[in-house]
Design a binder for this molecule. Structure first.
Ligand SMILES: [Fe+2]
Length: 276
């Protein structure tokens, strides 16, 4: 996979990026390999939830993805493998069921780094206002940090530096691991995030200082369109992204109560493969 600075500059227009023709997984493959994400869209434009489920299955098949993965956090809660991301009056999930902004994170709170390689987000209905999805080329920022401040970068590779704690009421669980791990091809898997779930575990004062520099560098870089893209999905558009190499977040949104924002999400432990 090549994730180049200049590529992200081209893709920085909100609501755009490269949207392929109707469910064109052949093109989506190239985009995924080049950028780590692709947006495919429905041939029918406006879609129902049933259409969306059917088209997500078509996207999965076209990209050679297996069945959706049930994350550890929800496995014992009877959650369906394709999650509805929408506001609910009895919100029991701090991100799925509210219109609040969601900080930078990767999916798979309790999974080991790199486990959930692909996320699909299918937009059935956009919000009345806001609700953009942000993608960050975290590996690129990490590579920059490694050049500038190797000691700070090294701390992010340490296997017990970052705990992520479930914020769902009644399910207090935490998984500890590194922020980055080498994939062996010159790229890095990531579980970078800065929101409400992170707990940082520097071993000593020196590591604390290195960590502070590392996180400060990420904050200074993550709004730069060279490494970030904001996407406003429209009805019938499906965002496919490499959750193991890109961090993501969400802008807050407001709803038309008669037509609330509805996205469907599925997670996958495999990355897209070419299907002949
Ligand atoms: Fe997410």
């Amino acid at each position: 996979m090549r994730l180049m600075t200049s590529d992200y500059t081209e893709l920085s227009a909100p609501g755009h990026g490269y949207v392929t023709g109707p469910l064109r997984p052949d093109m989506a493959h190239d985009l995924l390999e080049r950028y780590g994400f692709a947006v495919v869209h429905s041939p029918s434009g406006e879609v129902s939830a049933e259409d969306a489920h059917r088209e997500m299955a078509a996207v999965r098949a076209g990209l050679g993805l297996g069945e959706p993965y049930a994350p550890l956090l929800y496995r014992d809660r009877g959650a369906p493998p394709v999650t509805e991301v929408t506001r609910k009056p009895d919100a029991d999930h701090p991100a799925f069921h509210t219109g609040a902004a969601q900080g930078w994170h990767t999916d798979g709170l309790l999974e080991d780094i790199g486990t959930i390689r692909t996320t699909l987000l299918y937009c059935v209905r956009p919000a009345r206002g806001g609700g953009r999805t942000f993608l960050l080329n975290a590996g690129r920022v990490f590579a920059e940090l490694g050049d500038r401040d190797p000691e700070a970068a090294e701390v992010l590779l340490r296997g017990t530096i970052l705990g992520r704690r479930s914020t769902i009421p009644g399910a207090v669980r935490e998984a500890v691991g590194p922020v980055f791990a080498a994939l062996g091809d010159g790229h890095y898997a990531t579980r970078y995030g800065e929101g409400r779930v992170e707990r940082w575990y520097p071993r000593d004062a020196e590591e604390q200082r290195c960590l502070a520099r590392a996180l400060r560098y990420f904050r200074s870089r993550r709004d730069d369109p060279d490494v970030r893209i904001d996407l406003l999905l429209r009805s019938g558009q499906c965002l496919v992204f490499r959750n193991d190499v890109l961090a993501h977040g969400r802008e807050h949104f407001t709803d038309d109560p008669r037509r609330p924002r509805l996205l469907l999400r599925s997670l996958h432990t495999d990355a897209p493969e070419r299907v002949s």
